[in-house]
Design a protein around this ligand. Structure first.
Ligand code: NAD
Length: 263
């Protein structure tokens, strides 16, 4: 990757694992300083942070803020601005999943999914926008999902939250259209990360089927390519949207879903 983000600073929420980590590493490879965020083993996170600094020669810092807690989100954005000098790129990526028929859906899971997958996007955006507006430049990139555009059964909270993210992003894009700040969402199909690995294991147990069947005939049923989208493909799209070349793209929902939403 060329140094298209040299000197920029980026905060990627939920970047201790999966897609967020891939995006943070991709940004660092493109020359950006990054703030990581997310849960996990402290020693592992420190290894990841230090590894990014030594591999790519950029500054990498970490915030342990809980995306379910608005005050911690506000503090995280402040810390990013202080520790990285400024915040050019905000990637709202943290997310969780829970699968259940709607009549059995636990209220606490509904609340947690709405808080972490949707409300955190609002709180982080609200905190980051003033400085971006003042500088007349910035990028807001929100990880929605194919489930931000179409639905699947048993994922009521996730689908509601992700449709919310797509709508929120459009609204913010219109507000900031004349301020040099863009806002876009990315809508991936299935990507093999810990979030999806759990669904595979649950499907194997529920339906008493081998892994291959759970992946090909159940999970990837709506994904015409029958292949997972890869973390590096999503990271490359995020890096493009963060670059100067994408200044004219705002209010979009970018599908990267192996053809899922073409049906
Ligand atoms: P993942 O489980 O691998 O990673 C999630 C990250 O979010 C981790 O770093 C975790 O620590 C962090 N996180 C979870 N709860 C948090 C909280 N309360 N506060 C701070 N951090 C928290 O998941 P992933 O598959 O990489 O998903 C990343 C994003 O992409 C999510 O928004 C997800 O909905 C979206 N997405 C994933 C897929 C897929 O197939 N994997 C498809 C479409 C969209």
């Amino acid at each position: 990757m060329s140094h298209t983000l040299k000197g920029k600073s980026a905060l990627v929420t939920g970047s201790t694992s999966g897609i967020g980590l891939g995006i943070a590493r991709g940004f660092a490879e493109a020359g950006a300083n990054v703030m990581l965020n997310g849960f996990g083993d402290a020693a592992e996170i420190e290894k990841t942070r230090a590894g990014i600094e030594s591999e790519f020669g950029v500054k990498a810092v970490y915030s342990g803020a809980d995306m379910g807690k608005p005050d911690q989100i506000r503090q995280m954005v402040k810390d990013a601005e202080t520790q990285l000098g400024r915040l050019d790129i905000l990637v709202n990526n943290a997310g969780i999943q829970f699968v259940s028929p709607v009549e059995e859906f636990p209220e606490d899971k509904w609340d947690a999914i709405l808080a972490i997958n949707l409300s955190s996007v609002f709180h982080a955006t609200k905190a980051a926008v003033p400085a971006m507006k003042a500088r007349k430049s910035g990028r807001i990139i929100n990880l929605a999902s194919a489930h931000g555009l179409v639905a699947s059964p048993f994922k009521a909270a996730y689908v509601a939250a992700k449709h919310g993210v797509v709508g929120f992003t459009k609204s913010v894009a219109l507000e900031l259209a004349e301020c040099g700040v863009t806002a876009n969402s990315i809508c991936p199909g299935f990507v093999l990360t810990p979030l999806v690995e759990k669904q595979i294991v649950d499907l194997m147990a529920q339906k008493n089927i081998p892994r291959e069947t759970a992946v090909r005939d159940v999970l990837l049923l709506p994904q015409p390519t029958k292949e997972f989208v890869t973390i590096s493909q999503v990271a490359a799209l995020a890096a493009f949207l963060a670059s100067d070349a994408a200044q004219g793209i705002t209010g979009s929902a970018y599908s990267i879903d192996g053809g899922w939403t073409a049906r």
